[in-house]
Ligand binder design. Structure first.
Ligand code: ATP
Ligand code: MG
Length: 140
């Protein structure tokens, strides 16, 4: 297994309920290291740019509204097979379909307010990390 990096966001529904530490505990328990982390609040333009791939989807407008509704925590995670590993511990997009013990099963409120984002491929991980962090902010 290769050491990889993936990009994570703790979403506004989770920061509102003070779940940053609980989510980080699950990340670390899975053997992933948080090698960069920044709490911020996105403006509309930031969310539109990040989710541009979903621009044609019916939920896009609401998603941008939700992702700008409160603080988020952006992270870079590193570890063996980090991209697939994080997707695994996040659980399915819709928490109703997520496996027991996953972040979304335990914490998500709905298919939209689903507590976390994780990159879905190596290519997107690289793009998302570059979009949100300077190289000097990532300390592996
Ligand atoms: P993420 O990209 O946030 O890691 P994902 O890859 O599981 O989640 P995507 O299909 O990429 O899911 O959708 C991006 C985000 O858009 C979802 O995490 C969720 O917040 C929102 N979303 C997806 N599908 C729907 C839907 N049918 N209705 C409302 N919101 C949705
Ligand atoms: Mg996605």
């Amino acid at each position: 297994m290769a050491i990889e990096r993936t990009f994570s966001i703790i979403k506004p529904d989770a920061t509102r309920r003070n779940l940053t530490g609980a989510i980080n505990a699950k990340i670390e328990a899975a053997g992933l290291r948080i090698i960069a982390q920044r709490r911020t609040k996105w403006k509309q333009a930031d969310a539109r740019k990040f989710y541009a791939v979903h621009a044609k989807r019916p939920f896009y407008k609401d998603l941008v509204k939700f992702m700008t509704s409160g603080p988020i925590v952006m992270q870079v995670l590193e570890g063996n097979n980090a991209i697939a590993k994080y997707r695994e511990i996040m659980g399915a997009t819709n928490p109703a379909n997520a496996d027991a013990g996953t972040i979304r099963k335990d914490f998500a409120e709905s298919i939209e307010a689903n507590s976390v984002h994780g990159s879905d491929s190596a290519e997107n991980a690289k793009k998302e990390i570059k979009l949100c962090f300077k190289a000097a902010e990532i300390v592996g």
